[in-house]
Design a protein around this ligand. Structure first.
Ligand SMILES: [Zn+2]
Length: 609
């Protein structure tokens, strides 16, 4: 019997910073897939959440001057707010600090231990705190993490407990062979297979030097490694009463930086615990924002709720699903100008116009039922196939060629001249079809149309008759957005010159200004320039390079080894070919310049506020 449940999870996000468009992309895709399965009559369980333990989170709490728990409560609320603003209709928001999660983790650890897969040993190696991942030299490029170039890596040497990952090498290779759909897209699968073939090392799963985590059941002096317990959250969510039937998951949706954990470590952990494996681990590409890498530390992370305020949830949802060929797993660019173009030409001109024109004419002339099938939608099977293959872009393309067909029909039949009630009726049936099929992508617009014309969003309604009734002209569904590319470019240039125009700062904006005490480690005199020094600074969390025009005012000796105040999340820019990743604060009047120092001794990394 084919099962009628569908369980989809997103990655649970670290609460070291607020959600940005990269997080939003994944949640939108997951929500569209989840809604599509619901529409198809499946019983769906959709889980998202936050990953709240580990060193990185503890560190960002410290920088924010908050207790870890206070901090995770604050940031996880920001994630919930963002998903609400985007109409992400999840069934459970799991937090790894939830009580039931801790219990499931303990049960799970016990099962793994019973299989004889946990042992005590010594770990010595390299740790990237941003990834919360252990690496070996060969994983690095020029000694740097491939996902976090320029970030200082830690050398870790400690007593720890290991999970016997190496034992599962053969099992995993067989799994990938027997179930190629386990890792999608294919390119990611090949990467994983090649790496696994090189051999697996056992995984350190506890840390003795950290207290922000779930206590390790077998030795309370340790806490569990954040990844080991976070993965278990997918299983935790199905331990609730009545939800057991959803395990194993149908899809774990995640970004390509998380592939290793989900495609290698997670199935080995499940096998060890004797629990069924998920069907598919889908690894999507990364987004840039207006051509720039999105990252909190790089300072150009964009607030999701601000973008929703600016463009509306449905326009954003439509754009990311339509713009990026998800199934291929490639990276893409969230460009505001492309978003505006699609909003104006596709949503406003094509779909919006169709609905407002047809409703206005139906109000004027009325409608009359007909059996004509000219505008029937016959591509449902094609669409089902696309969606099963993660081809959201092709789905929307198909649906919008249907919108085109309808608009052409209007042009051809000219109901404004003929007042043909049957033509208008056919068009309303087509609008009904469209609203139903578009509902996973633009749910609130579909709901609005359904309410206006009085029909139900239900797949069984496709091509079905429409009850003849008086129709009123609808409101405008999508407003055209004005977008001045030149203006936007100017704004980018302005901010990259570090010129800040004074205007009233909202409290939320102020919280996004990351001013910190940093220490100058090295000063290099850039001989080609009269003004510039190249500085290497320690900001507590990482080391950065910056170029500062202070040569005329300060000697190297006055700078080196001293603490000053830095703006840590300024958009990086290239100066004389050097990437400058922060700004040193200075007061200037006339040709005098004075750097800003903490008045008393303050720890490196202390945040101002
Ligand atoms: Zn990293």
């Amino acid at each position: 019997m084919k099962k009628n449940t569908f369980y989809i999870t997103t990655a649970i996000d670290y609460v070291n910073a607020e959600p940005h468009i990269g997080h939003a992309y994944q949640k939108i895709i997951a929500d569209a897939i989840s809604r599509w399965n619901k529409l198809n009559g499946k019983e769906v369980f959709f889980v998202t959440g936050t990953d709240e333990h580990g060193k990185k989170v503890a560190e960002s709490a410290r920088v924010a001057g908050k207790k870890s728990k206070e901090w995770v409560d604050f940031v996880s609320d920001k994630f919930k707010e963002a998903w609400k603003s985007l109409d992400i209709d999840y069934d459970r928001f799991i937090r790894t600090t939830d009580k039931d999660h801790e219990k499931t983790v303990n049960d799970f650890t016990e099962l793994v231990n019973k299989s004889g897969d946990i042992y005590k040993g010594k770990y010595e190696g390299i740790y990237c705190i941003r990834c919360e991942t252990y690496y070996t030299e060969k994983d690095l490029i020029n000694g740097e993490c491939t996902f976090h170039r320029g970030i200082k890596l830690e050398n870790v040497k400690e007593e720890t407990y290991f999970f016997k990952l190496s034992k599962y090498e053969k099992f995993l290779l067989e799994l990938y062979k027997k179930h190629p759909e386990f890792i999608l897209p294919e390119s990611r699968r090949n990467e994983v297979i090649n790496r696994v073939k090189e051999g697996l090392r056992d995984l350190s799963i506890t840390r003795g030097s950290l207290d922000w985590g779930i206590p390790f059941k077998l030795d309370k002096k340790h806490v569990l490694y954040v990844w080991f317990e976070a993965l278990i959250s997918y299983y935790t969510a199905t331990r609730e009463k009545g939800r057991e039937k959803f395990w194993p998951a149908d899809i774990h949706l995640l970004g390509r930086d998380n592939t290793w954990f989900h495609a290698v470590i997670w199935p080995a952990m499940l096998k060890s615990a004797g629990i069924d494996l998920p069907r598919t681990v889908f690894n999507h590409g990364f987004l840039t924002f207006n051509g720039q890498k999105i990252s909190k530390s790089l300072g150009n992370s964009i607030s999701v709720t601000e973008l929703v305020k600016k463009y509306g949830a449905d326009t954003m949802r439509y754009f990311v699903c339509r713009q990026f060929p998800l199934a291929e797993g490639n990276d893409g660019d969230f460009s505001e100008s492309s978003l505006v173009k699609r909003n104006n030409t596709e949503l406003a001109d094509k779909l919006g116009n169709l609905v407002s024109r047809v409703s206005a004419l139906a109000e004027k002339y009325g409608i009359e039922s007909t059996k004509s099938k000219t505008l029937n939608f016959d591509e449902l099977d094609k669409i089902k196939k696309y969606l099963d293959n993660f081809e959201l872009d092709k789905t929307l393309n198909e649906l919008f060629s249907y919108v085109d067909r309808c608009n052409e029909y209007v042009q051809e039949k000219k109901p404004w001249e003929s007042g043909d009630k049957k033509v208008l009726y056919e068009l309303i049936v087509a609008i009904k079809n469209l609203s139903i099929l578009l509902s996973p992508f633009i749910p609130s617009t579909s709901e609005k149309i359904a309410k206006h014309f009085h029909f139900k969003i239900d797949l069984k309604e496709i091509n079905k008759a429409y009850k003849v009734q008086p129709v009123k002209k609808s409101e405008i569904l999508f407003k055209k957005i004005e977008f001045h590319e030149e203006l936007q470019k100017q704004n980018i240039n302005k901010s990259s010159e570090g010129i800040v125009k004074m205007s009233e700062l909202k409290f939320d904006d102020w919280q996004n200004v990351d001013l910190r005490v940093g220490k100058i480690l090295e000063v290099e005199d850039l001989k080609e320039s009269e003004k510039l020094y190249k500085l290497k600074i320690d900001l507590g969390t990482d080391h950065r390079t910056l170029v500062a025009g202070i040569k005329k005012h300060y000697t190297i000796k006055e700078l080196k080894g001293n603490k000053f105040i830095f703006l840590a999340n300024l958009e990086p820019r290239k100066i004389m070919g050097i990437k400058s990743e922060a700004m040193i604060l200075a007061a200037s009047s006339g040709d005098k310049l004075s750097l800003v120092k903490p008045d008393r001794d303050a720890e490196v990394g202390s945040r101002l506020g």
